[in-house]
Design a protein around this ligand. Structure first.
Ligand SMILES: Nc1nc2c(ncn2[C@@H]2O[C@H](COP(=O)(O)OP(=O)(O)OP(=O)(O)O)[C@@H](O)[C@H]2O)c(=O)[nH]1
Length: 296
């Protein structure tokens, strides 16, 4: 039996008495429960070190408090309980507690037409903090979609009109000939460019739920061109139609999302950013929008 006491460096006085804003651990692996799914996640757990004279915080106490997250569904109430435990275990040292949880939410998405479905991963971060006894929770969600440039679509249509004039000049129009021409690559000489795009949401929440799926559904419905999972030709054709019916500059996408998110009761405030990874350019087209709900 070792009679020696284990040295406790964290309990020593700091040589430079200075409070710190955030001290803790990043990238802790843990499973979490969301909507009945067990998901692999990483957590960043921290507290402020307000006692500037204390050498360090007690990392193990934060780590052990995270145990609750793998046993109960993730809710704002649970996050608050964990944060309170961070503070209770750092009495006299810390006033503020922080927890970020990163995961990929997996949702099964049906195909547009065929009776198929597939899984889609949505990167999600849930950020909670207990600062001066005020609890805040925010969500970050990335949603991927397709955007077709409305300017490019108009320019392509003009080229098709020009081709029509060239091909049918001084010819009596025959329904059958026009139909064949419309179905040929000679007729539809130009196509607009599309790009894989992402909507990056940062949302402050009202209420006691984490409405992840609801927010993702809201975003995808507002844009109309969510990227697909299982795709047969019938689905690809429906996707082409959806893109043609939802031509979007990044400004259009940002405005659609702004309007849709404002309508959600779960949202108190947001900062959204849409990024269109241009195929016309080697750089991205980007738009951002912020909003805060004012008390009624
Ligand atoms: N504060 C601090 N601890 C660190 C750091 N890097 C590793 N650790 C280790 O984290 C481990 C756990 O710290 P504590 O929570 O204070 O462990 P403990 O003293 O056994 O636990 P308590 O008795 O509850 O205080 C210690 O072995 C520290 O050495 C660091 O940068 N800062």
């Amino acid at each position: 039996m070792n009679a020696l006491t284990l040295p406790d460096i964290a309990a020593q006085a700091s040589r430079q008495a200075l409070p710190l804003d955030w001290v803790g651990m990043c990238g802790i692996a843990l499973p979490i429960l969301i909507d009945g799914q067990r998901l692999a996640a990483t957590a960043d757990a921290g507290v402020s070190l307000d006692d500037g004279a204390a050498r360090g915080i007690h990392m193990s106490r934060l780590y052990l408090a995270l145990e609750m997250l793998d046993q109960q569904p993730l809710t704002p109430a649970l996050l608050r309980t964990v944060l309170q435990r961070f503070l209770d275990s750092h009495e006299g040292l810390s006033n503020n507690a922080y927890l970020r949880v990163h995961t990929d939410l997996l949702l099964k998405r049906p195909a547009l037409v065929s009776p198929l479905a597939g899984w889609k991963g949505y990167p999600v971060s849930i950020e909670a903090r207990l600062e001066n006894q005020m609890f805040h929770v925010e969500l970050k969600i990335d949603v991927t979609y397709s955007s077709t440039c409305p300017c490019s679509a108009a320019l392509a249509r003009q080229l098709i009109q020009q081709q029509f004039l060239d091909d049918f000049a001084n010819t009596p129009l025959q329904h059958e000939d026009v139909l064949t021409w419309l179905g040929s690559a000679n007729g539809i000489v130009a196509t607009p460019h599309s790009q894989r795009s992402s909507a990056q949401l940062h949302v402050q929440l009202n209420g006691e739920q984490l409405p992840l799926t609801e927010l993702i559904d809201t975003v995808e419905a507002a844009l109309g061109t969510a990227v697909q999972t299982a795709v047969k030709r019938a689905d690809e054709q429906a996707f082409a139609l959806a893109n043609g019916q939802n031509l979007m500059f990044c400004e259009d996408a940002a405005r659609r999302l702004n309007l849709a998110l404002k309508r959600s009761d779960a949202v108190k405030a947001f900062h959204l950013k849409v990024v269109h990874a241009e195929s016309l350019h080697a750089h991205d087209a980007v738009a951002e929008s912020r909003w805060t709900r004012h008390p009624a």
